[in-house]
Design a binder for this molecule. Structure first.
Ligand code: F6R
Length: 247
């Protein structure tokens, strides 16, 4: 299903409320909430609202376990552009989550260590019972996580090469395209698919064309987000701009 909100703020508040409800439901049952998280511009207002709910409503993250979708490779965790820095700045530094419950792919590994590391990332997600919830943005290539065109629907966590358009779009954070790493470690389409609830968010006209392809286009590895059409527990949460080309 597709839900269109007047603007990204209203949409983000609604998504944050759903995440907060999931966390509280799990708390009441004495269970952990396992969240798959995204970075980038799209989820910033969701994280801001979760921080507000923690500060003003006493929402606790003590029972929350997180797995981030991706990280650039190579990347030092303390670099300004790392997804570790992003998550600390927008969420983790402001809530009461246990640091050992946070998982973000490690951009410091030697290339030879990556396959075993990725298997272990998958194993950890499975061992904890799988993702209750996965938050997604969408890149203009149609990527989810960093699953660029050509990604297989059953792909797992792995090292990937970033598309040229993705690196151009990331140059806003790195100063120039040349400074953007050529690779990333990302959860696979298959990893994402196993989540029990998936929300893909997109804001503004800039995303309208790719959102139309993702929601209404023919399913194809050329637009990896089209695979989400196969799932009955995916919701596309859009603002009016991102929804403007849907029929
Ligand atoms: C980020 C991620 C990416 C972004 C996508 C959109 O962890 O996995 O798929 O969601 O590139 O980025 P923004 O939100 O910056 O437009």
């Amino acid at each position: 299903p597709v839900t269109v909100y007047k603007n990204s703020k209203a949409a983000s508040l609604a998504v944050a409320a759903r995440i907060a409800n999931l966390i509280k439901e799990k708390q009441e049952k004495g269970e952990q909430a396992v969240l798959g998280l995204a970075t980038g511009a799209t989820p910033i207002q969701v994280y801001a609202e979760l921080v507000r709910l923690h500060r003003e409503d006493g929402l606790s993250f003590k029972n929350v376990i997180t797995f981030n979708l991706d990280e650039y490779y190579p990347m030092q965790p303390d670099a300004a552009q790392s997804y570790v820095t992003f998550m600390n700045k927008h969420l983790f530094d402001h809530i009461d989550i246990n640091r050992e419950n946070i998982h973000i792919p490690d951009g410091r590994l030697n290339q030879s260590e990556i396959p075993a590391y990725c298997m272990e990332y998958e194993r950890k997600i499975s061992a904890i019972g799988g993702l209750d919830f996965q938050l997604l943005g969408i890149g203009r290539t149609g990527h989810i996580g960093f699953n660029e065109p050509g990604s297989a629907p059953n792909s797992g966590t792995r090292l990937v090469t970033l598309d040229d358009l993705t690196r151009r779009d990331a140059s806003r954070d790195f100063g120039s395209k040349e400074n953007v790493p050529t690779k990333a470690i990302t959860m696979g389409i298959g990893t994402i698919f196993k989540a029990r609830e998936i929300i893909l968010m997109a804001w503004s006209e800039v995303k309208a064309e790719i959102v139309k392809k993702a929601v209404e286009g023919e399913m194809s590895s050329e637009v990896p987000a089209t695979y989400l059409q196969l799932s009955d527990h995916v919701e596309f949460v859009l603002d009016e701009g991102a929804a403007s080309e849907l029929t």
